[in-house]
Design a protein around this ligand. Structure first.
Ligand code: BDR
Ligand code: CA
Length: 304
């Protein structure tokens, strides 16, 4: 049985790769794409989603624009990671298709059906607004890329997606539906290295596009961590939806820090059960990186 999904994203290099993985995976049915501020301004992340769909001839997949700013914080984009376009690197024509004429939360309400998984790989503003307006009916679970047990990439304490809109994240983790958190502890192990990039290039036109995305995306990671490769964060979350064995998870309590400025957006994961707080998330702790990239390569190759 295929799993209906909504992909809520802010493309973004790894978001684009997650989108390709969704399109190429028969285990999931992509009901639509919703866009959010994050890696770049909403206009750009929306345009990028449309451009990627057009690249692979899938402009039939509807794209709905979501929130252009966080719930209460000031907007801050990640141009230092993803460039001015949000998808710097490969040559990619501007899209000819348009987003649907409906805000993301109304779009989700119209399209969602029983068993739907919301895959959220940007700041959680759209998801929080959707839950507030429409509740959790038909939301099977939420799989999100965000947070970390013991790392930070925006600050020493916080990962970008959660840092960008911590109040939204707090609502999502408290929503009462199953939440799977794919954080940096996991995604920083899913590095697309030059050896993998060669294999993607050899896999065809779309594989070459992925390798070109990584060529740019890895620059930030080389500067910051000294890595020769880039973590494909968001695609790990997408893969977990239909191949959960790739990621080892622990059922734990996660609270979001919204008070302190120093630790803004920290995902406080009670890994060692130091409190009585009830578990509210399946937290990723490890990933089979080679199996993930074999899967990704196979699926990207199938796109031509
Ligand atoms: C997350 O932030 C963005 O840069 C990526 O697209 C990913 O969703 C990683 O912290
Ligand atoms: Ca993202």
């Amino acid at each position: 049985m295929t799993i209906p999904i909504i992909l809520d994203c802010d493309p973004g290099h790894d978001d684009a790769i997650a989108l390709l993985l969704a399109l190429a995976s028969p285990e999931v049915e992509l009901l639509g794409v919703t866009t959010v501020h994050g890696n770049q301004m909403l206009d750009k992340t929306t345009e990028n989603a449309l451009r990627v769909l057009e690249l692979v001839g899938r402009s039939d997949v509807p794209v709905a624009r979501g929130a252009d700013r966080p719930l209460v914080r000031d907007l801050q984009v990640a141009a230092h990671v993803h460039g001015e376009s949000g998808l710097d690197g490969p040559e990619l024509p501007m899209a000819t298709a348009q987003p649907v004429d409906q805000p993301a939360i109304d779009f989700i309400a119209d399209r969602i059906r029983p068993g739907t998984v919301i895959v959220a790989v940007g700041p959680l503003t759209n998801v929080a607004l959707y839950l507030e307006a429409h509740g959790t009916a038909n939301v099977e679970r939420i799989v999100l890329m965000g947070g970390a047990i013991a790392e930070g990439n925006m600050t020493p304490a916080a990962e970008f997606n959660i840092w960008a809109d911590p109040e939204a994240a707090q609502r999502v983790f408290r929503c009462g539906r199953p939440v799977t958190m794919i954080g940096l502890d996991v995604t920083h192990k899913a590095l697309l290295t030059p050896a993998w990039a060669d294999r993607f290039r050899a896999a065809g036109r779309v594989g070459t596009f992925v390798a070109e995305l990584v060529e740019f995306f890895k620059l930030y990671h080389a500067r910051t961590y000294g890595w020769d490769g880039a973590p494909i964060h968001d695609a790990v979350a997408l893969a977990q939806v239909f191949r959960p064995s790739l990621v080892r998870t622990e059922h734990r309590n996660v609270e979001i820090e919204v008070e302190s400025e120093l630790c803004r957006g920290r995902t406080v994961v009670d890994l060692w059960r130091r409190t009585e707080r009830d578990p509210n998330a399946d937290v990723g702790v490890d990933v089979d990186s080679d199996a993930f990239f074999e899967l990704l390569l196979e699926r990207v190759a199938s796109l031509g």
